[in-house]
Design a protein around this ligand. Structure first.
Ligand code: HEC
Ligand code: HEC
Ligand code: HEC
Ligand code: HEC
Ligand code: HEC
Ligand code: HEC
Ligand code: HEC
Length: 319
């Protein structure tokens, strides 16, 4: 057979290209890796799971112990959070590198969000200052002052912005509601703040038909927090008397959902549907009426009326 183009030429050509590709790919993965993963491993080897080991010098033996469940931080949550590129010791004392931790460390002052984010132009789109103002006005802050911090809702080790860049509204609703339920459905956390019994959320919303469907399709803050045009997520949680109870606030053409949940989505009408952005996620009776269907029904009604009129005139003139 006449071999003008031998096989090995191909290999000589493509093999190096293949290796270059692999190299580039590996480098890219390295860039994606959180900056201080290796260093944080010294903390995660104890705080990353239910059990940890330590060497007890008194009895000269390695022991296995249970980690306090509230002190367990799943690495997979930490490394997708907003602060994934942090060292643990950026927020906590360097002295935590020593075990047993010194008892005094529990007194350490914790940073607040505003300590780092206030006035920082890099984060101007979030309007931290406005959020802080709104939060100060909220019922939580009014009643519990300094005990109620931003960290109560924004878990320092897992909080991740969601509503802003979501492609799945249902997930955002679940994420945001979980923040509220982490207290309102958990007596242990709730009782950090008050001796009162935790009101049962399901019973307190008995008046809402098909509660389960509502809680999957709207967030707590839609009904409980006052909207503010300058921020994306309302932070001023109102006293219960001011909560939205009127069905038409959502089930109507100028549904409040367009100013809250669907704030970032397309706002106009599409194919004649009012509040089209909403329609991609759910059909809200009253809020998703269709312009053309409305028009059609008016035309049909008119035709019927004209028909009746002609019919009547014919019958009258026949007599
Ligand atoms: C050998 C295991 C071990 C290592 C390593 C370790 N910790 Fe701990 N850590 C514990 C245990 C056990 C507790 C709970 C008892 C205590 O406070 O000593 C704890 C408690 C804590 C607390 C809570 C203190 C309080 O009472 O509020 C913080 C914060 C903490 N660790 C941070 C860190 C950081 C940051 C690192 C890494 C620099 C780290 N730990 C490394 C075992 C460890
Ligand atoms: C962005 C700052 C920040 C980073 C980064 C951070 N922490 Fe924390 N951590 C906090 C704050 C704030 C608290 C107190 C939370 C509160 O008061 O509700 C805390 C509390 C803790 C606690 C006590 C448990 C609790 O919920 O009160 C442990 C344990 C802990 N951190 C370990 C770690 C470890 C391990 C890392 C690294 C993987 C880490 N932290 C990284 C801010 C941070
Ligand atoms: C110790 C300083 C510090 C504290 C405390 C802190 N942050 Fe941050 N935050 C940062 C830094 C630095 C970044 C950028 C991280 C990066 O780019 O990897 C960041 C990133 C963010 C982002 C992501 C921005 C984006 O474009 O993805 C949000 C949102 C955020 N922080 C919110 C908060 C909130 C809410 C709190 C309090 C509950 C808080 N931060 C506390 C320093 C801090
Ligand atoms: C009562 C609970 C609660 C408290 C307290 C709270 N937040 Fe939030 N915050 C939320 C919820 C829910 C979201 C929506 C999360 C998401 O889907 O991105 C949010 C979102 C945010 C965002 C992202 C907004 C955006 O434009 O993407 C920032 C920044 C923020 N909060 C800062 C703060 C600061 C600063 C404080 C304290 C002054 C604070 N939050 C206190 C519940 C709370
Ligand atoms: C459709 C609107 C709506 C939604 C969604 C909603 N609520 Fe409510 N909620 C109300 C109204 C209205 C009241 C006041 C009820 C009354 O007058 O008895 C209320 C009452 C409450 C109370 C006060 C209970 C008491 O009597 O002390 C809490 C706490 C509460 N809601 C939390 C939540 C949480 C958490 C969520 C999300 C899981 C949520 N709500 C979702 C409308 C809503
Ligand atoms: C860290 C715990 C915690 C979280 C998280 C939390 N709350 Fe609360 N909330 C409380 C406590 C405690 C009270 C009771 C205040 C009081 O009467 O002392 C309360 C009260 C309320 C009330 C009733 C106010 C009244 O008039 O009696 C509403 C409504 C409410 N919360 C809604 C929300 C919503 C919406 C979210 C989520 C965005 C949320 N809460 C997140 C702890 C929490
Ligand atoms: C905060 C906004 C809001 C308020 C207030 C509200 N709804 Fe809804 N409702 C919704 C949304 C969003 C859906 C869409 C659910 C879906 O996609 O299935 C819905 C769905 C429904 C459904 C259909 C549920 C099903 O079985 O699929 C009924 C019936 C309903 N609402 C009645 C009411 C009544 C009655 C009230 C007043 C007591 C009310 N709603 C108040 C937002 C709201």
């Amino acid at each position: 057979m006449d071999k003008k183009f031998p096989c090995y030429l191909c290999w000589i050509f493509f093999l190096p290209l293949f290796f270059i590709y692999i190299q580039l790919h590996a480098q890219k993965e390295k860039c994606d890796e959180p900056k201080h993963a290796e260093e944080n491993e010294t903390c995660f080897k104890c705080h990353g799971q239910k059990n940890y080991f330590y060497f007890n010098e008194w009895i000269e033996r390695e022991l296995k112990e249970r980690m306090n469940p509230y002190f367990v931080i799943p690495p997979q949550d930490f490394y997708v959070s907003n602060h994934k590129n942090f060292r643990c010791t950026d927020c906590h004392s360097e002295d935590y590198k020593i075990f047993p931790h010194s008892g005094e460390l529990r007194m350490e002052l914790k940073y607040t969000c505003m300590d780092c984010h206030e006035g920082d132009p890099n984060y101007s789109e979030f309007h931290f200052e406005n959020i802080n103002e709104e939060f100060q006005k909220s019922v939580h802050s009014q009643k519990h002052d300094e005990d109620f911090t931003c960290w109560m809702c924004h878990n320092p080790h897992s909080y991740k912005i969601n509503a802003r860049n979501t492609t799945n509204i249902k997930n955002t609703i679940a994420y945001d509601n979980e923040i509220c339920l982490s207290c309102h459905a958990d007596l242990n956390k709730y009782s950090l703040l008050t001796e009162q019994t935790n009101p049962n959320i399901i019973e307190k919303h008995d008046w809402l038909p098909n509660q389960a469907a509502h809680f999957l399709n709207v967030r707590c803050i839609e009904c409980h927090a006052e909207n503010n045009d300058s921020i994306l997520v309302a932070h001023n949680v109102q006293p219960k008397e001011k909560a939205v109870k009127l069905c038409v606030k959502c089930h109507s053409r100028n549904s409040l959902l367009m100013a809250s949940l669907y704030k970032f989505q397309f706002k106009g009408e599409k194919a004649g549907f009012y509040n089209a952005a909403m329609l991609e996620e759910s059909y809200v009776i009253g809020a998703n009426r269709n312009y053309y269907l409305n028009l059609l029904s008016i035309i049909i009604t008119c035709c019927v009326l004209v028909g009746i009129a002609i019919h009547s005139i014919l019958r009258i003139t026949k007599l």
